[in-house]
Design a protein around this ligand. Sequence first.
Ligand SMILES: *Cc1c(COP(=O)(O)O)cnc(C)c1O
Length: 217
Amino acid sequence: MPLAEIKSRIAAACEDAGRNPADVNLIAVSKVQPNDRVAAVLDEGHRIFGENKVQEAAGKWPDFRTVYKGVALHLIGPLQTNKVKQAMQLFDAIHTVDRLKLANAIARHAQDLGTCPDLFIQVNTGEEPQKAGILLADVDDFVAQVRALDLPLKGLMCIPPVDEEPSLHFALLAKIAARNDLTGLSMGMSSDFESAIALGATHVRVGSAIFGDRVYG
Ligand SMILES: *Cc1c(COP(=O)(O)O)cnc(C)c1O
């Protein structure tokens, strides 16, 4: 599906919700996609991209960035503490802050680097044992802990369980964000970004609908 079509669907969802399309960031999730598909989207002028692995992003984005200026890169996958520094040098936003040890490591490197990516706390809204993210009962405390570290906390992120109605999770995430005075909401993927926008998403993470199916080699 062409990028333009995704953008017009976002615009329509914003119109339905009485929202300004400028308040919804489209993160084109380029993980695993071949470079020619990514370059085609860059050639169309898009500049916000998402990757879920530090190593994979480090392998392709420095080269793209020498050719295409103004790229903003968002980390949407799990981050190990030993890769924090590299991630902070590569990414403009990290959507997967999910434990205090990680927040502490980010704070330490922010001191050294003098800069820090925008941060989102990943919330395990479905309380799934295999999934990353802060549990619902712990979110408010964790938000306070991250704020106490003086980090640029922008909002919350969730990945709903595959077998549940995503809107319920989007609404829940929005409610938790509101009571914590957080405006950023990273939610919605290829199959559900319109309902995420209806419920307040500020960052939708869309991969296969833009680039086509991911082919794992
Ligand atoms: C891969 C991925 C996406 C994009 O998924 P699509 O279904 O291809 O749009 C969004 N968010 C996260 C966290 C992902 O890992």
